[in-house]
Design a protein around this ligand. Structure first.
Ligand code: RAM
Length: 369
């Protein structure tokens, strides 16, 4: 794992110099806070009702990770990180488990949060499927002394209902970086579409907003026209059907951005099968392990992501420190996360894992997630 990280860091440094679609803004340090919510909200720590003391002192800290849905390889990469941390720390001190719904609807995670509370978990790390549908459930859990850490996306407008948020990267840079990534492959011209996950997904909607803003504000992209946004629900089949429908509906389509690992793999497969790579450029946020074949055969030129394994690993270390009272979930507090070293909590109790990264034929072989 250490080796992977060193390789990752090195390749990242090189790729930032040479990649055609490197993010426009420099990658933020872990201590820099994004401003994800439109309106400034008070820090979660200030508004939290007095909770019962954490039960962590009685045994190992128990962390439950709830992904958006089961069976998505992206979240399996996060689980890998949680497990790595548990192994490193020892299961006498930290136990990390995973549970979650089959599909990613707004309310599908509620029963899993409730069960984790009942089963004595100290911290729930959840990739929430909605900005606000879980608020009452989160409030109940916190009133019982359970810490709620949203991971892989914040819940804009509902920050006071969670303790902290762990983001894989600075979300403020993702929308613009994706537009540039696509633009560079289509000469900054033509009809484009977005293939997203679910309509409620907080992370997707935040990035899509960033893409639309970039298209509207930056003259460099004036000739790129967003003609459609469709939703594949992070299900391979639905994503494929939506991609096929986009191709039929928009005969002049030049590019598709799928900011979901499920969507971008499905879209790439359709373009590969239909031999449309010369006409339609697919980019997005993908897992190198799933995208490798498309990079190798030229179906996809480049795509982006960050390190989801590190995100899970950080989630585990932060959860443990939080449950043990070693760190407070508020701006300026610091904590150590094993091999990733020290992190400083940003505004609205947000913690950023690391920089985004552009993958292409020159580096795709270096990654194992
Ligand atoms: C998908 C999910 C997830 C997103 C990644 C990039 O697997 O939608 O939330 O962060 O892609």
């Amino acid at each position: 794992m250490k080796k992977l990280c060193m390789v990752f860091a090195l390749v990242f440094a090189i790729a930032m110099v040479i990649a055609g679609c490197a993010p426009q803004a420099p990658a933020p340090a872990a201590s820099e806070a994004p401003s994800q919510s439109a309106a400034a909200s008070p820090s979660a720590a200030e508004t939290t009702p007095a909770a019962e003391p954490s039960k962590a002192a009685e045994g190992p800290v128990k962390v439950m990770f709830i992904p958006k849905n089961q069976g998505n390889p992206y979240f399996e990469a996060l689980v890998q990180g949680f497990e790595e941390a548990e192994k490193e720390v020892g299961s006498d001190k930290l136990v990390c488990d995973t549970t979650g719904p089959a599909t990613a609807e707004a309310t599908s995670q509620i029963e899993f949060v409730e069960a984790a509370v009942q089963n004595g978990y100290n911290v729930i790390c959840i990739a929430a499927n909605s900005n606000d549908a879980l608020n009452p459930t989160f409030d109940d859990a916190r009133a019982k002394g359970v810490k709620i850490v949203v991971i892989n996306g914040d819940i804009p407008g509902s920050e006071t209902h969670r303790d902290a948020s762990i983001l894989p990267t600075d979300f403020n840079t993702v929308g613009a970086a994706q537009i540039e990534c696509l633009g560079a492959t289509i000469n900054y011209e033509g009809e484009i579409a977005i293939l997203s996950a679910t309509t409620d997904a907080p992370d997707q909607n935040f990035w899509i907003e960033g893409m639309k803003k970039t298209l509207a504000d930056d003259a460099k992209y004036a000739k790129m026209k967003l003609v459609d946004t469709v939703y594949g629900d992070d299900q391979p089949e639905k994503s494929s059907t939506e991609m096929e429908a986009l191709i039929t509906k928009h005969p002049d389509l030049r590019g598709v951005i799928a900011p979901t690992t499920v969507g971008v793999a499905a879209a790439s497969k359709i373009v590969q099968t239909k031999k449309l790579a010369e006409k339609i450029s697919v980019i997005g946020l993908g897992l190198p392990s799933q995208m490798k074949e498309f990079i190798k055969d030229g179906t996809v030129k480049q795509f982006q992501l960050w390190n989801p394994v590190d995100e899970g690993y950080l989630g585990a270390y932060f959860s443990m420190a939080l449950a043990k009272g070693e760190v407070e979930a508020k701006e300026g507090a610091t904590f150590k996360a094993g091999r990733l070293n020290e992190f400083t909590i940003g505004k609205d109790a947000v913690i950023i894992t690391g920089p985004p990264f552009t993958f292409d034929g020159s580096n795709i072989d270096n990654f194992s997630f």
